[in-house]
Design a protein around this ligand. Structure first.
Ligand code: ADP
Length: 198
């Protein structure tokens, strides 16, 4: 059984994914895959070097993420180019992994954590999508605290994503992570039952 999981930045996706894993789910993490497709030797990294030059590499041949980030940060065209190289590979790898695991054991829950699931139009990969929700003020406060950001920096990160209320309205299941972790875990337990996994 496959379920997409998303939310906003710092809404608690990793926290909730870990709770599902504790209960026995398997996790496909899009952030991990996004790093894997840029490892030395991968065709995606080679294509990125061809596009942006050797300066995006560290002396040891690994990706200089900060440098690449600088290049695309203020340049929407470069960003689009980069996304055009990385997104198809990430999408392919997500699908490969989740379908392989699902075939292996169709009764086991596979949680697929994709931060930009809606923004990247990946909704139709999933029948069920859980959104980890907190109100915007809580999201801002947790983001500032976790990443040591000023209110302006945190606002600008939030501004680059789809509004969390809109994500919530599109969800099959909403997990409210605005209170303490015990309350969140109760909802994870509740969803586990609802999915017939107990
Ligand atoms: P995401 O994966 O969505 O970016 P995280 O799971 O990393 O979010 O959570 C963001 C921050 O909020 C982390 O510092 C985490 O420890 C904290 N956090 C998550 N859930 C709660 C909660 N219920 N109460 C208080 N802090 C929380």
């Amino acid at each position: 059984m496959i379920m997409g999981l998303t939310g906003g930045i710092a809404s608690g996706k990793s926290t909730v994914s870990a709770m599902f894993v504790d209960k026995g789910a398997r996790l496909v993490d899009a952030d991990v895959i996004a790093r894997e497709v840029m490892l030395p030797g991968s065709p995606v990294l080679a294509a990125a070097v061809q596009q942006f030059g050797d300066e995006i590499l560290q002396p040891d041949g690994t990706l200089n993420r900060a440098r690449l980030g600088e290049i695309v940060f203020h340049n929407p065209e470069a960003r689009q180019l980069l996304n055009g190289l990385t997104h198809p590979a990430i999408r392919r790898e997500i699908k490969n992994r989740m379908y392989a695991w699902d075939q292996e054991d169709p009764r086991r829950l596979i949680v697929v954590d994709i931060p930009l699931l809606y923004e990247s139009q990946l909704e139709n990969l999933f029948q069920d999508i859980a959104v980890v929700y907190v109100p915007r003020e809580v999201q801002l406060a947790r983001l500032m605290e976790r990443n040591r950001l000023t209110p302006q920096q945190a606002e600008s990160r939030l501004g680059a994503q789809m509004d969390i209320e809109l994500k919530r309205s599109r969800a099959t299941y909403v997990i409210d992570n605005s209170r303490d972790p015990v309350y969140t875990r109760q909802q994870v337990d509740g969803l586990w039952d609802r999915l017939g996994l107990s």
